[in-house]
Design a protein. Structure first.
Length: 151
């Protein structure tokens, strides 16, 4: 009898990756009908498409759309993303397809990952910013329950 071994890659266990998975889980709990996603990235390992006044998170994008800031970020089509986020003063000009998967708006802390959180993370952490503070701010900004606004 033949045996088949399925080998999953290990999830990155660094503080930032673990924190982003924690934030994904918390955001999914307050979003209606959100698919938590489970696979090679592990439980809560893909992020979630969510944005509020404090942070924005976007899963790795596979659409390859010309006007998608995560896939094809350039020229006039990228202007909408820049204009929408420039008001916060924290997002610099980005190369094509380099919109962050995670962005803490007030500090400019950002992370880009490939397919799942922790895989080839590129982290931009401004001087004086701690991820623990960023994570606490993001978690506090989430509504207490589905459909509620946090006061």
């Amino acid at each position: 009898m033949s045996e088949i071994a399925v080998i999953f890659p290990e999830a990155d266990a660094d503080e930032i990756s673990e924190g982003l998975r924690t934030l994904t889980e918390a955001a999914c709990k307050v979003l209606p009908d959100e698919d938590w996603g489970f696979g090679l990235g592990g439980e809560n390992g893909y992020g979630v498409n969510y944005e509020n006044d404090v942070f924005a998170m976007h899963r790795f994008c596979w659409c390859s759309g010309y006007d998608c800031p995560w896939c094809s970020y350039s020229g006039e089509d990228g202007a909408h993303f820049q204009e929408r986020h420039r008001a916060h003063g924290a997002l610099p000009d980005l190369d094509c397809g380099q919109a962050p998967n995670f962005w803490h708006k007030s500090t400019g802390f950002r992370v880009i990952w490939y397919k799942w959180i922790g895989r080839d993370n590129a982290v931009h952490c401004p001087d004086g910013v701690t991820f623990a503070g960023v994570l606490a701010d993001c978690l506090a900004s989430l509504p207490a329950q589905k459909g509620e606004d946090r006061i």
